[in-house]
Design a protein around this ligand. Structure first.
Ligand code: ACO
Length: 402
């Protein structure tokens, strides 16, 4: 706590908390995490139950509306989402302005930000109906935009959405059009995709969600706020970790090399960290990582793939969890540790991993944004700082500077 009475007698004190280690920024009834016990609840429902018994669109409805839908509400919601899956055709031209080798997350920042220009008829944040349409548009269009970014990067034409498929099946079809019947007929794969989406749907006030809330607190356009969230998610300490895990496992290459990498991760003079390990809130096993590990086994089994990276990941987890350094700091595998292996088996290029996370997290971002806008006590977010620069001094004209 910093006493700023001398500078600002009217203000008194503010807390100095870099990284917001101990700062609650809002009230929220969407997601509950008990990091010590490894508990994650959405609107009171356990993440493992949702992953096992629900589907992604049902979880979207839950996050947005606070309750699970009944059969009629579910049908209506599915219709509302499929109604919005197409994107404005002009966005194809916008897409074509990007280099083909651009990172798909860079393209997603641009495409989603551009939605604020293409869909300005649903951006009156004070109109509840428009807020809901903006939410539906985002949930519906994210897979279409993600698939457009991917197809563009591999030089293939866009595949338009198929509204008779489930959310996960449609997404897989738009990405991998050729084996569409395989996806459709293979419940394990489409179920795995649905589960990955559910596991990433929301996670309370993480960096990207806080970014969305902070951007939105000024009354900014909701699509632009989600683009800001995508930019924040991209970093390797956040959603970019799933890509970084795979790169790390490939670098390790063989079980025999694990001790060397574990040693590096413990060395404070080395910036290397075990990617997919540790979490700001979980000081226990991330409940999503367990479901992800089971899903990983199912997918590899179904596809008949024996991926040495899975064995490597499991061995790395075993060694790290027996190591005093990781035990003392309560560093456990997080949701990103196994997701990359599943996505790789399904045919996703590494650069698309974080895009997939963004598709899933969009519902969390927009639900949190909506909750914030609907809070009568909502204020613009405006953190303070501790100024460490020079005191006031006279301006020196250029000719007199040494
Ligand atoms: N490997 C090695 N050491 C680690 C790791 C790791 N992955 N994570 C944390 N530590 C160590 C730190 O060096 C620090 O040690 P010290 O106390 O001796 O200085 C201690 O554990 C605490 O770490 P902090 O960085 O202070 O923890 P913080 O809460 O700030 O960071 C984070 C959390 C960013 C997730 C961190 O654990 C990390 O970088 N993990 C790897 C990246 C990753 O997997 N990110 C995905 C997070 S989940 C998500 O966003 C979906």
């Amino acid at each position: 706590v910093i006493d700023i009475r001398a500078l600002h007698p009217q203000l008194g004190y503010f807390t100095f908390d870099p990284g917001f280690m101990a700062t609650g920024s809002c009230e929220s009834s969407i997601t509950y995490i008990d990091g010590d016990e490894g508990v994650l609840l959405h609107r009171g429902y356990k993440i493992a139950d949702l992953a096992e018994q629900s589907d992604f669109l049902e979880v979207c409805y839950l996050l947005l509306n606070g309750e699970l839908p009944n059969a009629g509400q579910k049908q209506e919601f599915d219709h509302a989402i499929t109604y919005h899956t197409m994107v404005h055709e002009q966005m194809q031209f916008f897409l074509r302005g990007f280099r083909r080798d651009a990172h798909p997350m860079a393209v997603m920042c641009g495409l989603v930000g551009a939605m604020s220009a293409f869909y300005h008829d649903s951006t009156d944040i004070h109109d509840p109906q428009q807020r809901m349409i903006a939410a539906h548009r985002l949930i519906a269009k994210m897979p279409t935009l993600a698939a457009m970014a991917y197809k563009y990067s591999v030089g293939q034409p866009t595949v338009y959405p198929s509204n008779d498929l489930s959310y996960a099946q449609n997404f897989l079809r738009m990405l991998f059009a050729v084996p569409c019947e395989t996806w459709k007929d293979n419940p394990v794969l489409s179920r795995a995709m649905d589960r990955i989406l559910i596991l990433h749907a929301d996670h309370e006030q993480n960096a990207s969600t806080s970014t969305v809330r902070l951007s939105g607190s000024s009354g900014a356009n909701p699509f632009a706020c989600i683009a800001a969230g995508i930019a924040s998610l991209w970093g390797p300490a956040h959603g970019g970790a799933n890509e970084a895990v795979l790169t790390m496992l490939q670098q390790i290459g063989h079980k025999n090399n694990i001790p060397e990498f574990v040693k590096r991760a413990k060395d404070k003079n080395d910036s290397f960290r075990l990617m997919g390990f540790g979490h700001r809130v979980y000081k226990n096993y991330d409940p999503r990582a367990k479901v992800m590990q089971d899903t990983c086994r199912e997918v590899l089994g179904t596809l008949g793939i024996k991926d040495p990276l899975l064995d490597l990941a499991m061995e790395l987890e075993r060694i790290a969890l027996e190591d005093e350094y990781f035990v003392d700091r309560k560093l456990y595998p997080n949701v990103d540790f196994y997701s990359g292996i599943i996505l790789r088996a399904m045919g996703f290029p590494t650069s698309m991993f974080t895009v997939l996370f963004a598709v899933a997290r969009t519902v969390g971002w927009i639900s949190q944004w909506k909750e914030m806008i609907e809070d009568p006590a909502q204020k613009i977010g405006r953190p303070r700082q501790l100024y460490t620069g020079p005191v006031e001094r006279p301006f020196v004209p250029l000719a007199k500077r040494g």
